[in-house]
Write a protein of this length. Structure first.
Length: 233
């Protein structure tokens, strides 16, 4: 690792693998060594060994003060910047899913959400789940249905058969959807259709500053406004 300067300065030693610096620390692996985290002076700050005799074999970069790790038995948990286990590695799957939110999958193969302190936000009862967007909504799956939930786990609405949410809820409270892989539009957080797009508009994105990108049937891109009207052909 080197500094981005006119005269680059090497940080630490030579490694078999490195991750990016976040929260001032980067995960690195030296030959014949366990995973460690170094600071920007190249000093080892955290050395990952075992959790209850289960060796730590994977580690990710920090995000808001925690880093996800995985053990040889396939269990995932989280450490803080001191190397302490704030969430013990007991989950079949664990991943970042929004600000201060983690998606977890338990031994019964059910998905739920916890915060960075390990407190349950949404009970694990879904077959699959996705990240929370900036408006605080996430899509989960149960019995083959897509459901929109908030951060308390409240189910806001279930999608119709063959309907999928394909983007985040925007500041305009518009959520892009696809029906039967043919028609597209936007729902509001109550599940009501807010915009139905013309048949020539495909794969619309989430709105940013009142505009969204779409692709037409010829594969060309343009933009629409919050009325569903084409602004840029």
């Amino acid at each position: 690792i080197y500094t981005a300067e006119k005269k680059p300065r090497q940080i630490g030693e030579e490694y078999l693998s490195v991750g990016p610096f976040t929260n001032g620390l980067a995960p690195v692996v030296k030959k014949d060594s366990r995973i460690t985290y170094i600071n920007k002076e190249g000093e080892v700050v955290i050395e990952l060994t075992k959790y209850n005799d289960d060796p730590v074999v994977k580690a990710w970069s920090f995000e808001n003060g925690i880093a996800i790790i995985a053990t040889a038995s396939g269990k995932g948990g989280c450490i803080n910047t001191k190397g302490e286990f704030v969430i013990p590695p007991i989950y079949k799957e664990i991943m970042y899913a929004g600000e201060n939110i983690l998606l977890i999958r338990n031994d019964k193969d059910k998905v739920g959400y916890i915060n960075y302190k390990g407190k349950t936000l949404v009970e694990p009862k879904y077959s699959n789940g996705y990240n929370f967007d900036k408006k605080g909504y996430a899509v989960v799956e149960k019995d083959g249905k897509h459901i929109l939930i908030d951060k308390t786990g409240k189910e806001l609405f279930k999608l119709k058969d063959d309907m999928k949410i394909i983007g985040d809820c925007s500041e305009e409270n518009l959520i892009p959807y696809c029906l039967d892989d043919k028609s597209y539009g936007y729902l509001n957080p109550k599940g009501e259709q807010a915009i139905k797009l013309s048949s020539n508009i495909k794969n619309p994105t989430s709105f940013i500053n009142g505009y969204a990108v779409f692709k037409n049937t010829d594969g060309d891109y343009g933009t629409i406004d919050t009325k569903g009207e084409v602004v840029i052909r």
